[in-house]
Design a protein around this ligand. Structure first.
Ligand SMILES: Cc1ncc(C[n+]2csc(CCOP(=O)(O)OP(=O)(O)O)c2C)c(N)n1
Length: 639
């Protein structure tokens, strides 16, 4: 891809969708190339969703030429492909702050622009939200247009079908653009994906479609397209059942349309805008990564790029250790199966899939189904491991309670990206799981202090015969040695890593390492801390906690989770229950607010979840202590 930097850029004159309206087709095509260049240069630096955005450049231009945002509502599913939309809607000047702390979000966001009528980050919400807006419009007697753009990956989710189902029932005007690139993050799986592939690649269909198009273009301008598109559809029905799915759901089906042909897109969208008052589905075919060869040829890798200067790749990530452990365990345990809701890449499952293709199930973007599917497997003696990101497991809360825990089924939840995830921001932080899991009876909730303990906890989980969750962070491990022989860890038993009589620090998961560092530093300041690796958020090691509290009288809990309902609040409840009312307790965790985007380091520092923050907060328990405060940040003296 080239960009002649000496030529003035059209892009620099685009401050709102109105600036697009007078441009010729060649100018729009030039602009599309400029958008691509801008996105590639920015995202290779900031990190972000590259391939998905490159695939919708022409589609976004056409949408903004045909529809009148923000009066008309354009709703992007997931919101990860909204970069051209951002560039077009007054956010060009701030585009290089994408996903940076204090900068633009990587997703659509109502706080950011009136052109983002509905925020997202999680998949498959667009049709539901659009239908709600459509219904509000109709109730208010307004007449603006509502367009949802949903990918072939996102449309596999139950919620998308729930929305299509109601849309067909209501019959109101709603435009759904199906952006079909054949890819979720990995290739889209499932029966629906097969159906779409047939429409994309079926030669009979393409031939018949071509004839249909010739028929339409031969007609005098101004004729009623709908009459003819019905005629075309009728001709096609015998040949192409796939499109009938949408018709039977109550949608007028238009397509497939070349998603990189601005003229074809505009013509079609204009006809849809001015045409039928029914729900309409426009099937648009795009290429993920379009216009940037590396991304076109490896859309999986270029789906989401890390920011420049990312992690030290010599230390395996927790996700990699998870997959390696699954592989080892699967070799000896034929009942072990792994279920992933569309995240085989993120969970590094390719190595397991390569050896045991029949025991790894990608179920699509269907978290609820993933959990109940696993529960069904467990009823028949299998040991399912649901590999899932913390933030996406939120979707399956009832399934964990109703389908797994009430029935005490031995499903293992391997919860990736627990804690602060960083640049993806509010919609993706894994900061709620300890709270929403520990309130469920019969569920064991564990978090390892390092990657070696992680493999032992996974082993413990599959041996436990009980529902058990193991949550781990989005990061490389600590670089510790991995034991070759796995062993079980006694459930509910903590590990004391350091002894000291002034304060007991109970840290869980990724917080153990900074707690140890803080304790070493505190010792230099005359405070001796006991540090406990509280590897189970549930059950607590009641005996140890009560003993430490009674003896030491000062206790600090640390978790990368919201304070509300978290590990610290379980400890407080235990102390109350045990009649220990005179203990000074400090709970460290995330306050009652949504955590912005930014690097993990910035965010941990903001919330006092690094060694310095821990020291500062521990010192609050020693107001009368003679302490050397040198080197502790100014924010420290809050007490
Ligand atoms: C509920 C949920 N699960 C998983 C994800 C992770 N995720 C982000 S984009 C994506 C693929 C979406 O595929 P598609 O809708 O086809 O869009 P494309 O990227 O192909 O344009 C997935 C699985 C998510 N954002 N939300």
């Amino acid at each position: 891809m080239t960009n002649k930097t000496t030529m003035p850029r059209l892009l620099d004159k685009i401050d709102s969708p109105a600036d697009l309206k007078g441009l010729s087709l060649p100018a729009l095509e030039k602009l599309a190339a400029e958008f691509r260049h801008e996105i590639v240069t920015t995202v290779t630096n900031t990190g972000g969703h590259l391939a998905s955005n490159l695939g919708v450049v022409e589609l976004t231009i056409a949408l903004h030429r045909v529809f009148n945002s923000p009066v008309d509502k354009i709703i992007w599913d997931v919101g990860h492909q909204c970069y051209v939309h951002k560039l077009l809607t007054g956010r060009r000047q701030r585009f290089n702050s994408l996903r940076q702390y204090g900068g633009l979000s990587g997703f659509t966001c109502r706080d950011e622009s009136q052109h983002d009528p509905f925020g997202a980050g999680h998949a498959s919400t667009s049709v539901s939200a659009a239908l709600g807006i459509v219904t509000a419009r109709d109730l208010a007697g307004d007449d603006y247009q509502v367009v949802a753009i949903i990918g072939d990956g996102a449309i596999t989710a139950g919620i998308a079908f729930e929305a299509l189902n109601q849309a067909g029932h209501l019959g109101s005007k709603l435009i759904v653009v199906l952006n079909d690139n054949g890819m979720s993050i990995s290739p889209t799986v499932g029966a629906l994906a097969k159906l779409l592939r047939r429409v994309r690649f079926d030669e009979h269909y393409r031939e018949a479609k071509k004839k249909g198009r010739q028929l339409i273009t031969a007609l005098p301008m101004g004729d009623n397209l709908w009459q003819f598109s019905t005629e075309v559809r009728d001709r096609l029905k015998g040949l192409v059942l796939p499109t009938m799915l949408w018709e039977e759901l109550g949608f007028t089906y238009i397509g497939p349309i070349d998603g990189h042909n601005i003229h074809e897109l505009e013509t079609t969208l204009t006809q849809v805008r001015d045409g039928s008052n029914r729900p309409t589905l426009v099937h648009v075919i795009t290429t993920k990564g379009k216009g940037y060869l590396p991304a076109e040829s490896n859309a999986v890798y270029f789906h989401g790029l890390p920011a420049k200067g990312g992690n030290d790749e010599s230390i395996p990530t927790y996700s990699e250790v998870f997959a390696q452990t699954m592989l080892r365990l699967a070799r000896n345990e034929p009942r072990l199966v792994v279920v992933t809701p569309a995240m085989p890449e993120g969970n590094c499952l390719s190595i397991v899939e390569a050896e045991f293709p029949e025991r790894v199930f990608d179920v699509g973007i269907c978290e609820q189904h993933a959990v109940t599917f696993a529960a069904g497997l467990a009823t028949q003696g299998f040991i399912p491991v649901v590999a899932i990101y913390s933030t996406f497991l939120q979707r399956a809360f009832d399934q964990i309670i109703h389908d797994v825990c009430i029935q005490k089924l031995p499903v293992v939840f391997a919860i990736d990206r627990g804690g602060i995830v960083g640049d993806d921001g509010k919609t993706h932080q894994g900061t709620f799981d300890i709270s929403y899991l520990t309130l469920i009876p019969d569920l064991i909730v564990a978090a390892p202090k390092d990657e070696n303990e992680f493999q032992h906890l996974l082993y413990t989980a599959i041996k436990s015969g009980r529902p058990m969750a193991v949550r781990y962070p989005r990061s490389a491990g600590l670089g510790v040695k991995l034991d070759t022989v796995l062993h079980e860890i006694a459930i509910g038993e903590y590990e004391t890593l350091r002894h000291g009589g002034d304060v007991a620090i109970l840290a869980i998961g990724a917080m153990v390492a900074p707690a140890m560092k803080a304790a070493d530093e505190l010792a230099l300041r005359g405070i001796e801390a006991t540090v406990v690796n509280a590897r189970f958020a549930k059950p607590l090691d009641r005996t140890l906690v009560v003993d430490l509290a009674s003896r030491i009288k000062r206790m600090v809990t640390i978790e990368e989770n919201v304070l509300s309902g978290g590990f610290g609040s379980s400890v407080l409840a235990l102390l109350q229950e045990s009649g220990l009312y005179d203990i000074k307790v400090k709970n460290i965790g995330i306050p009652d607010e949504f955590v912005e985007h930014g690097t993990q380091a910035i965010l941990r520092s903001k919330y006092g979840l690094d060694a310095e923050g821990i020291i500062r907060q521990v010192l609050e328990l020693f107001p009368d202590h003679s302490i050397d405060w040198t080197g502790v940040s100014g924010k420290a003296r809050t007490a």
